[in-house]
Design a protein around this ligand. Structure first.
Ligand code: PHE
Length: 520
């Protein structure tokens, strides 16, 4: 069966930008910039993007393109054991997609509720009503107990979220290619509209100054470095099985070296644009100091408060609320479907199951698990799972990928693949080698250790101060990590069982896959 291919170079680039540019750009990046002295954070972010982000991204795309398989199958060709790393990446994707879809559902919910902003008037009352809107509708208890209640509006939106996700990926890269034109351009247009409103507010200049003028003292805070590196990593959608899969649908003539830089820079620029929106709007509404590093509260509590004071007309404010949440919808959808594509590509390639069937089954399973996050305890559990995956398994995957390629494989072969069709710009040998062999493993290992040490310094229970229980930490954190780490072993058991029924594993190596071959 011929493998799907992207219909054009720009389709691939747009789909990858769509994946990279997500809710993380809209709220996590501005929140972190606010926490860490604006321009100082931007500079460290930019350095980390070049030193760690771009080489790793190029590596994932180029390897996927050569082997034409999802991440486990691709890594298997360099060493059979490396396949396990691929399954950790796939597990990251599976877990993230379950809760990312719930966050997406909240965004859809707020989009539908935007008309309510037309009724929020009066400085004090309006702000209070706006900030309560989301919290009340999702019926959260704020803690890890309270599974008894469920928010039906959220559940309804979750159905919509998975339905629209499935619709976009029902025919793989073909249907993805058709929607990404819109899901990448629309949020940019919305952000520009919101930025114009923000910048033209009296007092906005103070926010812009805070964003761009570096506060050098912030550099001495080690959490700035930790946050900047983590954000580069999360934002580029690496270590989640996505970019291997997207690369695997590339034709052999693709120019990975240049496309990677375009994707990474577009991602960064859109983050900066979102930060301009946030900083100017917050300054203009007198709430600059209310910006939090936590993205979720920025999007669902703090920004709604700002909307109330965006203009003097409540109706116009409601329109801005629509634009804002529509923007988030278009930002989130292509990240969600990319992560589902990453996991379904891996599973259907490995087990030779029809891709469409895999997609339907996975969407249904992930939806059903996600219902748990629609309960009163959902928000706290979501926060825990998100924290543990971001702090540990994503970072671990990055380390293992870099070590596998940098130390246990010929790094030059991967670089050759990145630069295969490069004309003009080529990824320099020194940049790639130093990054993959040294900087990425060392820096990410430090990040990993830092995260563990901070957890135990704070008592060992994530979110204890907010009432998160130990059992929720064990199940939502440690168990998830264990499942990810042992996912390769679980797959092996399944394969053993399937082999009895005549299934044959693909044992071709990197060199068996000729760079120029047509796919099978
Ligand atoms: N880059 C995405 C973002 O910033 C991260 C992501 C991708 C999350 C895909 C989930 C799914 O939001």
């Amino acid at each position: 069966m011929a493998r799907d291919n992207w219909s054009s170079r720009s389709t691939f680039i747009l789909a990858s930008i769509g994946s990279a540019v997500g809710l993380g750009n809209a709220w996590r990046f501005p929140g972190l910039a606010a926490k860490h002295g604006g321009g100082a954070f931007l500079l460290v972010y930019l350095a980390a993007l070049f030193l760690l982000g771009i080489p790793l991204l190029a590596m994932e795309i180029a390897m996927g393109r050569r082997i034409n398989q999802g991440v486990p199958g691709t890594l298997r060709t360099i060493n059979k054991k490396a396949e396990n790393i691929g399954w950790i990446a796939v597990s990251n994707g599976l877990f993230i997609s379950v809760y990312y879809a719930v966050v997406f559902a909240w965004v859809i919910l707020m989009f539908f509720l935007s008309f309510k902003f037309a009724g929020f008037t009066g400085a004090e009352d309006g702000i209070e009503q706006a900030s309560g809107l989301w919290l009340e509708t999702i019926k959260t208890t704020g803690t890890t107990s309270g599974y008894g209640t469920i928010s039906f509006p959220v559940l309804g939106c979750l159905i919509l979220a998975w339905g629209s996700c499935y619709y976009c990926i029902r025919n793989g890269s073909q249907s993805v290619g058709k929607v990404v034109k819109y899901t990448v351009s629309l949020p940019v247009i919305c952000l520009i509209i919101l930025a114009i409103r923000g910048i033209t507010m009296p007092g906005a200049g103070e926010g812009i100054a805070k964003l761009f003028i570096p506060d050098w003292t912030a550099l001495s805070d080690s959490t700035l470095w930790v946050d900047a590196i983590g954000q580069v990593f999360y934002s580029l959608s690496v270590a989640m099985a996505i970019m291997f899969a997207y690369g695997s649908y590339l034709k052999k003539d693709a120019n990975v070296a240049v496309d990677t830089v375009i994707i990474a820079l577009a991602d960064m620029l859109i983050s900066v644009l979102a930060a301009i929106v946030m900083f100017s709007t917050m300054a203009g509404t007198g709430m600059l100091d209310n910006m939090t590093a936590s993205g979720i509260s920025t999007a669902f509590i703090v920004y709604p408060q700002a909307i109330v004071n965006l203009t003097n007309s409540p109706v116009l404010n409601a329109i801005f609320a629509f634009v804002f949440y529509f923007c988030l919808i278009t930002l989130a959808i292509d990240s969600l479907f990319s992560i589902v594509e990453g996991t379904t590509t891996a599973i259907s390639d490995k087990f030779k199951i029809n891709k469409k069937k895999t997609t339907i089954i996975m969407c249904v399973i992930e939806f059903v698990i996600g219902i748990f996050f629609c309960t009163g305890a959902g928000l706290a559990w979501l926060d825990i799972v998100d924290n543990f995956i971001n702090s540990y398994t994503l970072v671990l995957t990055g380390i293992l990928e870099a070590v596998a390629v940098g130390w246990f494989f010929k790094t030059g072969k991967v670089l050759e693949e990145i630069n295969r069709n490069a004309d003009g710009f080529k990824m320099p040998v020194g940049w790639f080698y130093i990054s993959i062999k040294v900087i990425t493993p060392v820096v990410l290992s430090l990040l990993f250790i830092w995260n563990i040490v901070s957890l135990f310094k704070n008592g060992g229970i994530y979110g204890a101060a907010d009432g998160y229980s130990l059992s929720a930490n064990i199940i939502g954190g440690w168990l998830i990590i264990a499942l990810s780490v042992f996912s390769g072993a679980i797959v092996k058991l399944i394969v053993l069982h399937m082999k009895k029924k005549g299934y044959r594993e693909d044992d071709r190596t990197w060199d068996d896959h000729q760079g120029s071959e047509e796919t099978t």
